[in-house]
Design a protein around this ligand. Structure first.
Ligand code: GAR
Length: 191
């Protein structure tokens, strides 16, 4: 049996981490066992830590504020990921800008709550909701040194319903995220 290890990095609620743990962790796809082998957060109060505990998994807290520079923080992440023999790193709501120290060494994918290249940055849900777009959506892309700009792997869009509230918009995005991110992980690790 081939075993593929993933690392998941998150900063907050961790609903996407939970989707990965439910749909992918410790499961076999096409003869490949996928294991969430490393969890890292930069926030000691991230709710995702609790979600991971519910699956019996511990999370390593690496607080970016403990480092002198972005590069030093990234070097620590690289060390942890490399030591754990990770095949694929997944950024699931990891709200840090990564430098080439990370992006040149680590194969990583990122989840973004818009149809890239539209609405890059940390406020994509609000920005896309407040736009004139009749479509919203979600992207998964490879991580590169340019923010939210690496090669797009998969996108899924939805139509704006009449009088859709921001809450409904956000809920739609999250429900798509919880499908598309596990799908991409399996696709990459089983091909
Ligand atoms: C998700 O909507 C993800 O797309 C977004 O953070 C949220 C994390 O939710 N990421 C970005 O905006 C990256 N620029 P979660 O903590 O519940 O998984």
């Amino acid at each position: 049996m081939v075993i593929k290890k993933i690392a998941v990095l998150f900063s907050g609620s961790g609903s996407n981490l939970e989707a990965i743990l439910e749909k992918v962790h410790a499961k076999v796809f096409n003869g490949v066992l996928i294991e969430v082998a490393l969890l890292i957060t930069n926030k000691s109060d991230a709710f995702g830590i609790q979600r991971a505990k519910n699956f019996g998994l511990d999370t390593l807290v690496v607080n970016h504020k403990d480092f002198k520079s972005r590069e030093d923080f990234d070097a620590r992440l690289v060390k942890e990921i490399t030591n754990a023999n990770i095949d694929l790193t997944v950024l699931a709501g990891f709200m840090r800008i990564l430098t080439p120290v990370f992006t040149d060494q680590i194969l990583a994918i990122n989840l973004h709550p818009s149809i890239l290249p539209l609405f890059k940055g940390a406020n994509a849900i609000n920005d896309s909701y407040n736009s004139d777009m009749a479509l919203g959506g979600v992207s998964v892309h490879y991580v590169s040194s340019e923010l939210d700009a690496g090669k797009i792997i998969k996108q899924r869009a939805f139509e704006r319903e009449k009088d859709m509230s921001l809450k409904e918009w956000e809920a739609k995005i999250h429900s798509i995220e919880h499908e598309i991110l596990p799908e991409v992980i399996v696709e990459i690790l089983t091909k």
